[in-house]
Design a protein around this ligand. Structure first.
Ligand code: PEP
Ligand code: MG
Length: 557
């Protein structure tokens, strides 16, 4: 038996025969051309054909697997039509008199290099989309068809990493798991595994996976190990683990469609936090009551220039439509601090978490804010959308935001563009300042969302990014719990609702106290939705013996 350790990006157990995927290389050589105009036309024709192929793949994938994976092909279409990309190819063809396939290959290499050095993991991982998309144009230019990876039996796909177009052509019914040498949590393979609900290991490192092609293996997605030709003892141990996990999973599934109500009848909403379309399937699959927080900045982090209104609108509309009338809370840009993108051109600051971020930036750079608000309002015509403003510290900021929203609405009305009539406006309560003026803020907005990740950071003066401080202060500090209590009281006395969307909401040891504090909703990562719901349903708030001692401290001191 050989055991290889990787990093699991999705749990589960899978068995199958290892099938190593080797990408066939296309060869490109540089040639001098005499007629750049003709070469340029050849390129445009190939590009259009490649974009059309991608559109067909997008539709096919949306139907077969789901819209989250299909979006990868939409991103590739955007890359191929990107003006910087097209300009790069043009320069090679006209200035250097190069053949079109060479021009495409060189341009994609340059763009991929820039992306590889991007600030966020997401951007770094998108370089494969650049290669994947441009390879499609090159194949068109060379009249080659894309390679297809055929599977005869249930297989564990091993590879360096897989391109989205390669995963799209796979026969999903025969794929048991993915194992890759490279990859990362946000890589396509990881995203696809989560959507397909199968285990995936990444970062297996420098092992010669191809040597194990055709051998039987078991992937343990809980511990992140692939066992090649496992021995008896391992097989039995894994079987037991699988049965145990299966029982847990089944129990959780039974909660779908059920109310989130305690044994003594207290009800609470449980929503999902998502970063974008990629997480939507998981929110739906886990039966989230809605989207409690869409961190809209992720869409801005995935790229190297501002998304335009149409792209934002497409994304927001998809979320509200796919949630089919359930509530969707989209937070406006929270760029700054730990989430930055070069093209925002932010000044370097000594303490960025205390600097130009979130609503401060939006009020300073109103062009960016207005574009986002226009897209949000337009999308509100297609479902139940609420707008949430991050990092509020002052009522005046709310007045200014409302004023801008008002003007954007007027603009839309004058152009006869539809938007929802009942779009609610909420603020994040994630600074001690917002807590202390929550009575005043409650008069101005429709709801609160408590962001305990930042609230803990700013209250306890502990950098949330620095792992060295994780154990310095006991988690769930009394100061933060009391703040939550105060915010709920202020909100309720003004007739508005409060959701808690920080990580603290998924801490099952706190579910009881949070409910006792009368929160109206919790919003947690999609895989946490069902475990939180199970905890809620097990509680009996009227049974004093069950009441956590913290409740006494927080509520009755
Ligand atoms: C928070 O601060 O708790 C929150 C939900 O927002 P983020 O983690 O995106 O800052
Ligand atoms: Mg925050």
């Amino acid at each position: 038996m050989i055991a290889l350790k990787g990093r699991s990006v999705y749990g589960g157990i899978a068995r199958g025969v290892i099938s190593f995927y080797q990408r066939d290389r296309i060869s490109i050589s540089r040639r001098k051309i005499n007629d750049p105009e003709k070469e340029w036309d050849r390129y445009l024709e190939a590009k259009d054909a490649a974009v059309a192929e991608l559109e067909a793949l997008r539709e096919q994938t949306a139907e077969k697997i789901g819209s989250a994976d299909a979006d990868i092909f939409y991103i590739q279409q955007l890359i191929l039509n990107d003006s910087q990309f097209v300009r790069g190819v043009k320069e090679y063809i006209f200035d250097e008199k190069c053949n079109a396939d060479y021009a495409v290959a060189r341009t994609s290499q340059r763009l991929a290099e820039i992306m590889r050095q991007g600030d966020s993991d997401y951007i770094r991982e998108r370089f494969t989309d650049v290669y994947d998309g441009s390879e499609r144009i090159i194949r068109q230019l060379q009249n080659q068809s894309s390679s297809e990876f055929k599977l005869d039996e249930i297989s564990i796909i091993c590879a360096e990493d897989l391109l989205p177009s390669e995963t799209a052509t796979l026969d999903k019914s025969k794929v048991a798991a993915f194992c890759t040498r490279g990859g990362s949590t946000n890589s396509h393979t990881a995203i696809l595994a989560r959507t397909m609900n199968i285990p995936a290991l990444i970062g297996l490192g420098d092992v010669k996976l191809e040597e194990y092609d055709g051998r039987y293996a078991i992937v343990d997605g809980y511990d992140g190990v692939i066992y090649i030709e496992p021995d008896n003892e391992t097989t039995i141990r894994i079987k037991r683990r699988e049965e145990e996990e299966g029982r847990k999973h089944e129990l959780l599934q039974k909660l779908k469609g059920r109310r989130n109500v305690t044994r003594d009848g207290r009800e609470i909403e449980v929503y999902a936090n998502i970063g974008g379309l990629g997480d939507l399937e998981s929110a739906i699959e886990n039966d989230a009551g809605g989207i409690g927080l869409l961190r809209s900045e992720f869409l801005y982090l995935q790229r190297d220039s501002f998304p335009d209104e149409e792209e934002l609108f497409y994304n927001y509309r998809r979320v509200v439509e796919d949630m089919k009338g359930k509530r969707v809370v989209i937070r406006t840009l929270d760029i700054g601090a730990d989430k930055t993108a070069d093209y925002f051109d932010l000044d370097k600051e000594e303490n960025p978490a205390l600097g130009m971020r979130a609503v401060r930036l939006c009020l300073r750079r109103q062009d960016i804010f207005r574009t986002q608000l226009r897209a949000l309002l337009r999308a509100s015509a297609y479902g139940k959308l609420s707008i949430l403003i991050p990092m509020i510290i002052d009522v005046d900021e709310v007045y200014r935001v409302k004023d801008i929203i008002h003007k954007v609405k007027d603009e839309l009305i004058s152009k006869h563009i539809a938007f929802g009539e009942d779009v609610e406006l909420g603020v994040m309560i994630e600074t001690p300042a917002a807590v202390m003026i929550s009575d005043l803020l409650a008069k101005e907005v429709d709801f609160f969302s408590i962001g305990t990740n930042d609230l803990e950071q700013y209250t306890l003066a502990i950098d949330r990014q620095n792992p060295n401080y994780e154990n310095v202060v006991p988690p769930n500090h009394l100061a933060v719990l009391r703040m939550i209590k105060l915010v709920v009281e202020n909100a309720h006395s003004h007739g508005i609702k409060v959701c808690l969307c920080g990580e603290l909401g998924a801490d099952l040891s706190l579910t009881e106290i949070l409910m006792e504090m009368q929160l109206d909703a919790l919003s947690v990562a999609p895989p946490q939705v069902l475990p939180v719901r199970r905890m809620i349903r097990s509680l009996n708030l009227s049974d004093r013996r069950q009441v956590h001692s913290n409740i006494q401290r927080v509520l009755h001191y």
